[in-house]
Design a binder for this molecule. Structure first.
Ligand code: GDP
Ligand code: MG
Length: 570
């Protein structure tokens, strides 16, 4: 395939607008997969994706299509729509020259439509708007096309109306891809330059790297070097994804495919790395900005003897999901573990689920928190940290307020798209969450786009739920009410133990709420047959000692989801 007949594109959209379903139809119509009724989001291969019905990993597939007598090679990347995974979207876009921007004909433009549009726009990609679900009774493609024109300055005439579910107008999509998206501008005769845009660890074959070739060509037997580690490898296999790995003789400039080159360690073939030919070094590609974690949680093996297994599982999974940050950590109660950083709560849950399902591990995850910064006023602490400003990712390490002149919290610019009748309630909700309004724009006669600057801590756990139900209203003295609420919730979620547990909420040293979880009382006295008072006392004393011991060494079993449930306000 000459470079002129290659097209590389991603499908981007708000969650549930039909990206993966459109990918199914494109795979079918090009004969990449057989056409059956059973094809439902076939690119969502992970168990977690099938169970939750969402895409969490970008997935590539190469399609072959004959258009006006010319054979084309089309590389499609299906992407996740949820904001927590937008890191996957940006990476996918680096391997593309264009995108299909899918918008639901009923829902219209939503927050992630806007965010994803700007990712593609800033990357200077060709953008083809696709109005999906025109089969729905309430579909209003005309209104959605006007929104697209108003917000993105793309003429109404550029939009394609389709039903991915029923397979309406799918050829039109392929025609537009070929006509509107430019072929990659890379040369086969240049030295090899390959971008690793994704990476997975296979138990038998080691690292499998997904690569986009920005110059030159690559085949089995070639000696290549990683710009990141400077290590040398011999290529064992190259190929394309259809969507399963299919070995090919070579990969050429402009193509997207995979490579296996005997990389056995997960630190090799990092996402964002550039590969070049041995003795023909090239300027490495910019790579990727490292992701900025927004939510932190402690992770510990349920059983400390599992520490090393969990460690290697973590390393392998973070190879595939490089947006997770890992720091070693330990806790008195839970032993040695890690403090992990995630892009959001859903990301945290999905990562945890993947660890369990794909690596057969069992972990304890602690309550999610957001990072804070403290500007230190104590000379002693400044000296200790060698810095006057520190980032705190673990609430246990919060410095005392007397040695801090200012605390800083992370904020996010949030976009809300809503029918106008809810504006009043939404504004109240946002104000309740200490948000500052930045923009308010009518995107058509009935819908409004609001932009607010939110303290992340106020929205990270339950804002979306609150927004959905619009039921706000909680006590104005938030600290006390929240403390009481959390203690009560914990009391309800933690099963009773053989010893009494005090559940306290504290601000610094000040306890603001307390609940007591009563112990089960084993009736040790029942064993002795009445009478003997000294024996009775002895047993009771032993029980008391036993309790004290258990409290010291006892592990409180906190149910896995308890923390998340506890942090939800409703
Ligand atoms: P994604 O999150 O953008 O990948 O969306 P999916 O492809 O997973 O689709 C989300 C839901 O919308 C699924 O239940 C699909 O069956 C449904 N869906 C997708 N395309 C259409 C369509 O053209 N018409 C209708 N009625 N439903 C669709
Ligand atoms: Mg999807």
């Amino acid at each position: 395939y000459p470079v002129e007949s290659i097209r590389n594109f991603s499908i981007i959209a708000h969650v549930d607008h039909g990206k993966s379903t459109l990918a199914d139809r494109l795979l079918e119509i090009t004969g990449t997969i057989a056409k059956t009724d059973r094809n439902k989001q076939v690119l969502d291969k992970l168990q977690v994706e099938r169970e939750r019905g969402i895409t969490v990993k970008a997935q590539s597939a190469s399609l072959f299509y004959n258009y006006k007598g010319v054979n084309y090679l089309l590389n499609l990347i299906d992407t996740p729509g949820h904001v927590d995974f937008s890191y996957e979207v940006s990476r996918s876009l680096s391997a593309c020259q264009g995108v299909l921007l899918v918008v639901d004909a009923n829902e219209g433009i939503q927050a992630q439509t806007v965010a994803n549009f700007y990712l593609a726009f800033e990357a200077q990609l060709a953008i083809i708007p696709v109005i999906n679900k025109i089969d729905l009774k309430n579909a209003d493609p005309e209104r959605v096309e006007k929104q697209i024109e108003k917000l993105f300055d793309i003429p109404v005439s550029e939009c394609i109306r389709i039903s991915a579910k029923q397979g309406t107008n799918i050829e039109k999509v392929l025609e537009k891809v070929i006509e509107k998206i430019p072929p990659p501008q890379f040369n086969t005769t240049d030295p090899l330059k390959a971008l690793v845009f994704d990476s997975t660890f296979d138990h038998y074959r080691g690292v499998i790297a997904n690569i986009a070739i920005f110059g030159g060509e690559i085949e089995k037997g070639h000696k290549i070097v990683s710009a990141h580690t400077n290590k040398r490898y011999e290529v064992n296999e190259v190929g394309i994804l259809t969507p399963n790995e299919q070995p090919t003789h070579k990969l050429y400039a402009g193509q997207v495919g995979y490579l296996i080159a005997g990389m056995k360690e997960v630190t090799e073939a990092q996402i964002g790395d550039t590969l070049f030919m041995y003795k023909q070094p090239v300027e490495p590609l910019p790579g990727f900005k490292s992701a900025k974690p927004m939510v932190f949680a402690g992770m510990y093996p349920v059983d400390q003897t599992e520490y090393n297994n969990l460690k290697s599982a973590l390393e392998r999974l973070t190879l595939n999901d490089s947006s997770v940050t890992v720091h070693r950590d330990s806790s008195l109660a839970l032993g040695a573990g890690w403090r992990l950083g995630f892009l959001g709560l859903l990301h945290m849950e999905v990562f945890n689920q993947r660890l369990e399902q794909e690596y057969n591990t069992s972990v304890i995850l602690t309550a999610p928190t957001v990072p804070y910064k403290a500007v230190l006023s104590s000379a002693k602490l400044i000296k200790e940290y060698r810095n006057s400003e520190i980032t705190i990712i673990n609430p246990a390490q919060f410095p005392d307020k007397h040695s801090v002149s200012e605390y800083l919290e992370p904020t996010v610019l949030g976009t809300i798209v809503t029918p106008q009748e809810y504006i009043g309630k939404i504004i109240v909700l946002c104000q309740d969450r200490r948000a500052i309004q930045k923009e308010m724009l009518y995107i058509d006669e009935h819908r409004v786009m609001l932009k607010y600057l939110f303290p992340l801590n106020e929205i990270v756990v339950d804002f979306y739920d609150a927004l959905k139900s619009l039921s706000s209203g909680y006590a104005s003295d938030k600290a006390y009410a929240t403390g009481k609420f959390l203690c009560e919730r914990l009391k309800d979620t933690i099963p009773r133990q053989l010893f009494e547990i005090a559940i306290q909420a504290a601000i610094g040293k000040k306890i603001i709420a307390r609940e007591t979880l009563k112990a089960y009382r084993k009736n040790v006295v029942a064993k002795c047959y009445g009478g003997d008072i000294t024996r009775r006392m002895k047993l009771l004393k032993r029980q008391a000692e036993g309790k004290r011991l258990m409290r010291k060494i006892g592990n409180v079993e906190v149910p896995r989801d308890a923390f998340i449930r506890v942090l939800k306000r409703q």
